[in-house]
Structures are given as C-alpha cells and as structure tokens.
Design a protein around this ligand. Sequence first.
Ligand code: MG
Length: 371
Amino acid sequence: MKITRISVFQKTLPLKKPYALSGGRLIFKELDSTFVKIETDEGLTGWAEGCPWGHTYLPAHGPGLRAAIETMAPAVLGLDPRQAAKLNRAMDLALPGHLYAKAPLDIACLDIAGRAAGLPIADLLGGRYDGPAPVASSISTGTPDEMLALINEYRAAGYRVHSAKIGGDTTLDIERVRRLAADERPGEFIFFDVNRAWTVSEAVTVMNAVTDVAAVFEQPCETLEQCAHVARRTRHAISIDERLETPGDLHTIITGGIGEIVNIKINRVGGLTRARLLRDICLHHGIRMLVMETGGSALADTQCHHLAQSIPPEYLLGTWLCHEMLSVDPVPPRAGSRNINGCAAAPEAPGLGVAPDEPALGAPTAVYEYE
Ligand code: MG
C-alpha cells in the first residue's frame, strides 16, 4: 500500500470565550487548526488534526505546521502508511525536529493502518483497557470565586478531574490553592497548572506555604532545570507538561527526580507512535499520565482518547476534550470521543473511528501527490 495524496485544510476554531493561562500573561481567543487527509493506492483514507494552542503556548503554530508538511510531503508520499516507524524515520530525515508538524501525518497513517487491519487505533497501540477515561476540566485563571464557579459548571457535567490554571501572583496563588483544595469533593482530583508562570523562588514560596494540602502542581517553572530545583525544595508531586517532548526529556524527568506525573500532549510529542513509547517508559518507571492534545476539534480529542484507552486505568489521571471549549466543530455531532458524565472513550470502529465533515473544512490549502 502506498500513500498517493496528502491534502491539507486550514480551519480557524474560535473559543466560546477568551481563555487565560499562566497568570493571565497568555490569552487565547481562537485556534489555528490543520486537518490532514491521506489517501492511498488501495482506496483507504486516513484523517488527523494538528492544532497548536495558539502561537504563544509552545514553539508551535499553525502556519509552521503547514509549512513543515510541505517540506516533508515528498519524503512521505509513496511510503506504506502501515509502517509507522519507517514513516517517522523518513520524516525525521526530511526535517529534524518540528515534532508537532509530524503528529497529524503519523496519526492519519495510523488511521489507515487501523482501517486496513479492521482494528481501532487503541488496539494498534497495544490493546484497549475497559472503561472510559476521566476527562479533566480546564479552569481559566481567575479569582478563587470565579474559578470555583467554573469548577461547579464542570461538576454539573459530571467532571471529577480539574486542571486549575494559576500563577502570576504568589499571594493570590496561595489563596487559590487553599480555596480550591478545601472545596475538593470525595473522588475528585484537582491539580494546579502553573503553565511555567513562576520563577523558582515563587514556586518554592507558594508550594511550601501549602504543605498541609495534598496538591499536585503542573509545570511550575519554564525549564526542566528550574523544575528540578523546585522538586528538591518541595514535598509536593510535580507534573511536567510543556517541557516533555522527547524520550530524552522523559529520561531527564525520571532520573532527575523532577516529576512523578507527566502530561503527554500528543501533538507536542510528535504523534501517537512516539507517544506510545513515552507511555511505555512511564509504565516501566511508575509515572502516572495525563493524556491530551494541545487543542483542536473532536477529531483531535478522539486521537488522544485512543492513547488514553491503551493505558492501564490506574496509570491514567485524565484526558481533555478541547472541543467543548469551541464554538464550531467540523466533526459530525456525537461522532468521536465525547463527554459522557465526565468521561470519554475512544470509538471501537477501525482506525480513529471518526472523520471530519469534509465540506465544513472548505477547500484544501495544499494538495501533494505521488508521481
Ligand atoms: Mg498543563
């Protein structure tokens, strides 16, 4: 089987309301998403979505993703989409780095491989565990009252895992942690996501001011070195998110004692084939995981739920459904992974088990063909 055509679609996804991260220094109103359709000489088609969270969250942005696909397309056309390792190697040789641009190509090929084998991607990734995954809310930075009101909205939809975004003001952060933790209900897990906002001294100050609270803090500082410093000065569990891209990063996180949890963002780490390797290293070392996309429609959310479904439930802390925050969704209603009382599952149909509504994407911005 050969890849014969790669079609690229750009779609702007507006958020229902502006969203603040990292103590309010990062504000988001819309996402620039890229949908990729891969066709083969045997008539099978695969889809995937790559959607950076704006262009300030990570060194990744929509135009860059599409430019990187243009660069890699000649190396990908003609390959067998069922051979994921060879595909990823070919992309690495054609364009070092740029992992976030490789993710949709990797995933669209896995979609085809699953359809060819008659298996959902969760089974291609090693096998599906029973039960849906708990979905984490995403609580925009605000006053403690505003954040508690948002958590209550999510509770009404069944959510029991909450990612509360803090940072920017140490006194207010201590109050946020205390108020939200005091309101935590039995069976809930609230973690405090700093999104790199703290300096090392701010992290040590806030975390050591709440030693009586069993809180988890995500990505307290910008770099792994800074987080390692904080880890030596606190007893709190730390989750690493933005600074986990490669297996080398994960090695540093584990051997450096920097984090007990990691947040595997499928787009950031370069797709599901590479995320699978990170998953297995985490399992070996007893590291629990959150599994998310960096953003996107219900198609991207479904991609992340196939990996989530392949993780033993005791190792999976939560996932995310970005599409619930969008005012448009180019995926047919109820198709793909959706919220069911605070949980979501990967489809059981072959491949991703979902495809976008192609007319809703408009005309492709680029088409690359095998000659
Ligand atoms: Mg995070």
